[in-house]
Design a protein around this ligand. Structure first.
Ligand SMILES: [Zn+2]
Length: 167
């Protein structure tokens, strides 16, 4: 049976495992809008600012207790230039899970958590075009705890409500 959950915010049952993400790295929003065309270059899965700051898209997956499918945060991480060059060189490769992992700084604020900007991560490439898995440093930050321990279906409903009903 497909995943569904009851949402006490709107009193309805929502269908499908939710996934949310940020459209751009947080650093992007620090560039004045009129300067973005000249300073920012977006690819499908990457973003380069001033030719010196390198960001790639990845997934923070939270296991959901009793469910097969994880809850996913689509996030940006900042890579060092050497890591980014490797990321780029293997981007189209069918097999690239053996490359890395790379160190990365989280470059996103996720509304349900405090201070996610610049959390330390490891970026694990995946095969067959899947976006990398972003593994947070195992600290006591609530997001890191949720990645380590997984979350309940009730917590999925709570995250959904924060992201969708409290926009
Ligand atoms: Zn709802």
């Amino acid at each position: 049976m497909a995943f569904e959950f009851f949402c006490s915010s709107c009193g309805e049952t929502h269908h499908g495992m939710p996934a949310f993400g940020a459209e751009a790295p947080l650093d992007y929003y620090l560039v004045p809008p009129e300067e973005r065309p000249a300073r920012v270059r977006f690819g499908a899965d990457d973003c380069v600012i001033d030719g010196t700051k390198f960001f790639v898209l990845g997934c923070i997956e939270l296991a959901v207790h009793g469910e097969r499918e994880p809850f996913t945060w689509g996030v940006w991480v900042s890579l060092g230039e050497a890591s980014y060059r490797q990321w780029l060189a293997t981007y189209a490769d069918e097999k690239r899970a053996h490359v890395g992992p790379f160190f990365g700084w989280l470059s996103v604020e996720l509304k349900p958590y405090a201070d996610t900007m610049n959390l330390k991560t490891n970026v694990h490439l995946r095969d067959h075009g899947a976006r990398p898995i972003i593994a947070l440093e195992p600290t006591d930050h609530p997001l890191a705890v949720e990645q380590r321990d997984g979350i309940s279906v009730q917590r999925v409903a709570e995250l959904f409500s924060r992201m969708v009903h409290e926009a």
